[in-house]
Design a protein around this ligand. Structure first.
Ligand code: SAM
Length: 278
């Protein structure tokens, strides 16, 4: 295991809070994250934000290839030094949001997995970018703030169920893997974390509907969480036929009139979308 304090000292590193630089120091947690990815020698693993390479080294022991994309150029010498013994690791000094991932992975024919202790300031944009991309990923394993993890993996009729839970379920089968104490990082963050695993899936129930309309409906439905669907979605200016039509559609689908967005699962939203598309 890489000794984080020693590397920081030897390389004179100043950790940057605005880049979400909280480094994992607990080898057991690192191993559990890699295990959650079920990484094998057939896999290419894209690691976002390798930091000084503590998790990269563990991934490299199991993966066919690892591409580690790190934005901070000050960490690159330490990364290269710590990962020098692994011939299957490439370090790329780039912002993941500006990286041509397709180009990076183009020579790999096996499964692509993404594993990351995500920088917290940019968690949602990175997750949405990966979910929405047409790159054929197989599994995403993310460590994020615990509250975010609970929303990502939430099921209907629970307090964490929200628009992002549905976005995740549209593309994947999400599982909350385990929680991680704030004491496992240097520097110690203000919040605890959790690991979520998203396994790619193709959902039949959304295959025949407009993705754009589906997400427009989902966003509008959750925009005023405390209101009934009739009032949140029904009051949208763009909804053809307004509240009256929505009431008829709910009745046709056998959904109670007083339903709230948080009670509906992805199949319900797909059915709503199918009816409203007509
Ligand atoms: N993987 C390391 C670990 O677990 O100890 C470091 C994780 S730290 C929470 C997040 C890392 O992401 C930092 O090294 C940070 O510099 C890097 N980072 C932040 N924004 C990034 C971006 N847009 N693209 C790539 N890396 C980024």
């Amino acid at each position: 295991m890489i000794n984080t304090n020693k590397v920081i000292k030897e390389h004179g590193l100043k950790l940057t809070k605005s880049l979400g630089q909280n480094f994992l120091t607990d080898i057991n947690i690192i191993k559990k994250i890699v295990e959650a990815g079920e990484v094998s020698s057939f896999d290419l693993v894209l690691e976002i934000g390798p930091g000084i390479g503590s998790m990269t080294a563990e991934i490299a022991k199991c993966a066919g290839k690892v591409i580690a994309v790190e934005i901070d150029k000050n960490l690159i010498p330490a990364l290269n030094e710590n990962l020098g013994m692994f011939s299957n690791v490439s370090v790329v000094n780039q912002d993941i949001m500006k990286t041509d991932i397709k180009e990076l992975i183009k020579d790999w024919t096996g499964p692509l997995k993404v594993i990351s202790n995500l920088p917290y300031y940019i968690t949602t944009p990175i997750i949405m970018m990966l979910l929405e991309t047409d790159i054929a990923w197989d599994t995403l394993v993310f460590m994020v703030q615990k509250e975010v993890a609970l929303r990502l993996a939430a099921t209907p009729s629970t307090k964490n169920y929200s628009a992002i839970s549905l976005a995740v379920r549209y593309y994947s089968d999400p599982k909350l893997a385990f929680t991680v104490s704030r004491n496992c990082f240097i520097p110690k963050p203000d919040v605890d974390s959790a690991v979520v695993k998203l396994k790619k899936r193709d959902l039949e129930c959304v295959a025949d509907i407009s993705k754009e309309l589906f997400f427009k409906i989902v966003r509008a439905s959750f925009s005023q969480r405390r209101k009934t669907l009739l009032n949140s979605l029904g009051s949208q200016g763009w909804l053809k036929g307004g509240k009256e039509r929505l009431r008829d559609v709910l009745c046709k689908l056998g959904i109670k009139e007083a339903v709230r967005a948080e009670e509906l699962d992805i199949e319900d939203f797909a059915s709503l979308c199918r009816e409203l598309e007509k």
